[in-house]
Design a protein around this ligand. Structure first.
Ligand code: ZN
Ligand code: ZN
Length: 541
């Protein structure tokens, strides 16, 4: 009997021992990839030309959410990167646009400019940047806070905002490309001097080496034929070649034009991929038990989309090459961190409209509300209706900013002014689909499902007084070449959303999901608190 009791006690103590709290399992590294201007359908349109180790590997071995959308306007780079990283929208995180009118200074400003910062790695103002305008925490901030420090966060991109915003407030380093000299730089917000490995990278003069080669097609020309003509009339002559077809040469470009050309080529992505691989090695990312985070934003597809549009040999070629660059990155991650030890997501900061010039040529409904002309018209109306000048301070990003002091000094009623301007706009400009005023929007809150794209993008402190939504296909100016983005329509909001690696099952899911779900999903897999204003939900259970 005593023997039995002893055995039972032994078993019990053994089971107590086994349920003792264990170290929480986490991936060694999170890799967040944002492609600048990637339409969801590119995964499929270019699928026949992809290799097996890039996008296809992520699609077949990871979780592919095929119906992922943005849930606010404007669908631009800075808000896109901020929203992916915070799991939130401009309503909360405050990055309402790439650049906006600042009521306090009465001047325009960009999302990341910061006069209190200085350039590290250069002698110009290209590094006077920081994430100080970002009002919410990011998933990288939460990772740093959860580890109380030792998690390492590194962020790289061609664009300043695309490196800074995903890095959050606590990044160990965010590095972006200086178009004036071909180097990667950072800001005094992060550090006093460039790390040796970035300095060494710059000394290799990779931009010069890459730009010494012509940009030629990666595949036989036959593969590109379904885009229409290579020298289509809907393309800009970005490289001052007197033509828009392949091959593209940069030989005649000088100085800033030379280095400024790089983001418009696949070499921009190549530079970022190479720098990211250097970061993995030199920062020893994913080498210890504390989870690190590497944020990578590939900007060049956006430059190429703006210049050549979505039906171009150039856009197809940059995606064929991005596929190879992603394959290289995955190979480095497998070797340095280990397959299965890293958790990766890939998405885009926005998509893009079908090339507007082409749409017009085939009689699709496209057009523009020219903001400069509309502003003149509105000013004339204000003079007549209110007998007051300068009621309107600014008209940008489809938003009108009113001068509240002028309204007050002229004893006008703010709400009446809003209403009269709204009526005038509806009656004057048939390009307008919807108008919402500050009166309509205040008191409501942003939601995960896009009940109201304008509300989700509206920040009560920074946004304007009247928000205009144009008809689908309509832009703030006529566009005969290239394409753009920024609206709440599907062509701008539908993006890829892929998760891959640590604890991610192979699956394809077509439930409606939103960009804000990425941060919720990553933080949930890491068992850390999601960012402060996250309105997304975890998608991988
Ligand atoms: Zn962008
Ligand atoms: Zn863009």
């Amino acid at each position: 009997m005593r023997k039995l009791l002893f055995t039972l006690l032994l078993l019990l103590s053994a089971s107590v021992y086994t349920i003792k709290p264990q170290t929480v399992q986490r991936p060694k590294l999170v890799v967040g990839i944002i492609v600048d201007q990637m339409r969801y359908e590119y995964l499929y349109r270019f699928y026949p030309y992809f290799g097996e180790r890039g996008f296809k590997r992520l699609m077949s071995e990871g979780s592919n959410f095929t119906y992922a959308h943005y849930n606010y306007v404007p669908t631009q780079t800075a808000p896109g990167h901020a929203s992916v990283s915070t799991g939130s929208t401009p309503f909360f995180h405050g990055i309402i646009s790439n650049a906006w009118y600042d009521r306090t200074t009465k001047k325009g400003r960009t999302s990341v400019e910061d006069d209190s910062a200085s350039t590290v790695g250069g002698n110009n103002d290209e590094g006077k940047k920081s994430p100080r305008m970002l009002l919410a925490t990011t998933m990288t901030d939460q990772l740093k806070l959860a580890s109380i420090g030792p998690s390492k966060v590194i962020s790289v991109s061609i664009k300043d905002r695309a490196a800074i915003l995903p890095g959050g407030h606590l990044a160990d380093g965010a590095f972006w490309y200086d178009e004036t000299n071909g180097n990667f730089i950072t800001s005094s917000y992060y550090m006093k001097t460039l790390p040796d490995w970035v300095d060494k990278f710059n000394r290799k003069k990779l931009a010069d080496k890459l730009l010494s080669k012509d940009w030629v097609l990666a595949k036989p020309e036959e593969a590109y034929k379904n885009n229409g003509a290579d020298n289509s009339p809907f393309e800009h002559d970005v490289f001052k070649e007197g033509k828009t077809n392949f091959p593209h040469s940069f030989a005649k470009l000088k100085g800033e034009d030379f280095y400024g050309a790089l983001p418009n080529t696949p070499y921009g992505n190549e530079m970022v991929k190479e720098l990211a691989c250097e970061a993995i090695t030199n920062e020893r990312l994913g080498k210890d038990d504390v989870t690190d985070f590497l944020a990578i934003s590939f900007s060049s597809p956006d430059y190429v989309g703006h210049a050549y549009g979505i039906y171009s040999y150039e856009i197809q070629d940059i995606y064929i090459r991005l596929d190879e660059q992603i394959a290289d990155l995955l190979k480095t991650l497998d070797e340095k961190v280990g397959k299965g030890n890293y958790l990766l997501f890939l998405t885009a900061d926005h998509a893009a409209e079908e090339t507007p010039g082409f749409l017009k040529s085939v009689n699709m409904p496209v057009g523009a509300l020219n903001q400069a002309r509309a502003l003149d018209s509105l000013k004339g109306f204000c003079k007549n209706a209110f007998n007051a000048n300068e009621v309107i301070e600014d008209f940008s990003n489809n938003q009108i900013f009113l001068n509240r002091k002028v309204i007050q000094n002229n004893s006008l009623n703010y709400h009446t002014v809003l209403q009269k301007l709204t009526d005038y706009l509806y009656n004057t400009f048939p390009q307008i689909q919807n108008i919402q005023t500050r009166d309509d929007l205040l008191g409501q809150t942003a939601t995960r499902e896009p009940k109201d794209f304008v509300l989700n993008g509206f920040n009560s402190v920074r946004s304007g007084d009247i928000a205009i939504t144009l008809l689908p296909g309509y832009l703030p100016s006529n566009m005969s070449k290239g394409t753009t983005h920024g609206t709440s329509y599907a062509y701008d909001t539908h993006v890829p959303m892929l998760f891959y690696g640590w604890h991610v099952p192979a699956q394809e899911n077509n439930s409606p999901v939103y960009i804000v779900d990425i941060a919720a999903t990553i933080c949930n897999l890491l068992h850390i608190t999601e960012p402060s204003c996250c309105i997304g939900v975890p998608l991988i259970r």
